[in-house]
Design a protein around this ligand. Structure first.
Ligand code: IVH
Length: 349
């Protein structure tokens, strides 16, 4: 075997091994390798790719960060429209939704899922490799943010199965602890703090420089298939998990709407202890043929609804207002509060 052939084999092994560890850590929250060992593997792969640039592949973990967008993001036309959801603010509005569904399909069953408070994106995979990712935009046209999405480590660069094509949809979000860390860092630098994790995630995804996005530790939950869905939505979720995506563990298939409402109440009690913000629960008709027949009214599908939890409020005392002077002389005020518990985290600024 020539040196090139040996290195080619080794590069393949390293990519596989590193992508496995990234999956274990960022999707399964497990760690079975020391940081040092991981860094050594990464360095070995990097040095092979530098010696033989032709061995660099687009799913290589060494190149999650790269390629700065100059000026504007390109427009992406969504082949399958990215719909939004009709909101329900009471259990009765959820029951009305059920009535409309049951008028057409008396046997409809539902899937209930957490509604993650982030930004919806579409991810395209050709022959198992991540090729393009885009924002929802107006549902018809979005922006190509592939370079930024590549930096999100829970988004697989290669699926566990080499299927010809699939379009996966889901939510990019910023975990709460990362949001706090980022805001502390910004306050120290005299930069304006983000109002909530959702805004912080949005700001991070629209960076022209992926190096900035990469530093923000965003994460991703898959919740739908745009193109290539199975007969039941619940089967699609299981399939996505099998492909290597992070799928919420807090979803449930239910036989009727009262069970869905019960699930939502139970979920409300525990959602504050999750590492990320949720602003409701989404109820979806499970059978895809029923979804197709139910169709959509204007921009919202008739087969799904978003139950929204009321925003959390708490009372506290304003202790002080601190002014910070940014590098460019911009003044930013920060309210210092008596610490108060909100959504499972302590708010003090
Ligand atoms: S399904 C047609 N499932 O909520 C179905 N959306 O208010 C479209 N969202 O634009 C989306 N968690 O950004 C779905 N489990 C979930 C979700 C979810 C969060 C967001 C998504 C969507 C918005 C609609």
């Amino acid at each position: 075997m020539t040196d090139f052939e040996q290195k080619k084999t080794r590069a393949g092994q390293l990519r596989k091994e590193l992508n496995y560890h990234i999956y274990r850590y960022y999707v399964e929250n497990e760690n079975d390798i020391e940081d040092y060992e991981y860094d050594m593997l990464m360095r070995e792969l990097d040095s092979i790719e530098k010696e033989y640039p032709e061995l660099l592949t687009s799913d290589s973990p060494t190149h999650r960060v790269g390629g700065r967008a100059d000026g504007l993001f390109e427009t992406v036309l969504h082949t399958v429209k990215m719909e939004s959801l009709q909101d329900a603010f009471s259990h009765d509005e959820v029951r009305d939704f059920n009535k409309r569904v049951k008028d057409v399909f008396s046997n409809a069953e539902y899937v209930v899922e957490p509604k993650i408070d982030g930004l919806s994106v579409s991810l395209e995979y050709v022959n198992g490799v991540f090729t393009r990712g885009s924002t929802r935009g107006d549902g018809v046209q979005g922006e190509d943010i592939t370079a930024n999405l590549r930096t999100v480590k829970s988004i697989p660069l290669r699926l566990k199965k080499d299927i010809p094509f699939i379009e996966v949809r889901g939510e990019v979000y910023m975990p709460r602890h990362e949001f706090m860390r980022l805001n502390e860092e910004r306050a120290e630098k005299g930069e304006a703090e983000f109002a909530n994790p959702r805004n912080a995630a949005a700001g991070s995804l629209r960076q022209l420089d992926p190096q900035v996005t990469a530093k923000r530790s965003l994460s991703f939950f898959a919740y739908n298939v745009g193109n290539g869905a199975l007969e039941k939505h619940s089967d699609s979720l299981a399939m996505l998990k099998g492909y290597g995506f992070k799928v919420s563990e807090n979803y449930k298939v239910v036989a009727n709407i009262e069970e869905a409402i019960k699930f939502i109440e139970d979920f409300d009690a525990k959602r504050r202890s999750l590492a990320y913000d949720t602003d409701g629960a989404v109820i979806k008709v499970n059978a895809v043929y029923q979804q197709r027949i139910l169709g959509a009214t204007g921009k919202d599908p008739r087969w799904a609804i978003a139950f929204k939890f009321p925003p959390e409020q708490a009372e506290t005392t304003l202790e002080d207002i601190v002014w910070r002077v940014g590098r460019t002389g911009v003044l930013t005020p920060t309210a210092v509060l008596t610490p108060v518990k909100l959504s499972g985290s302590v708010v003090s600024r």
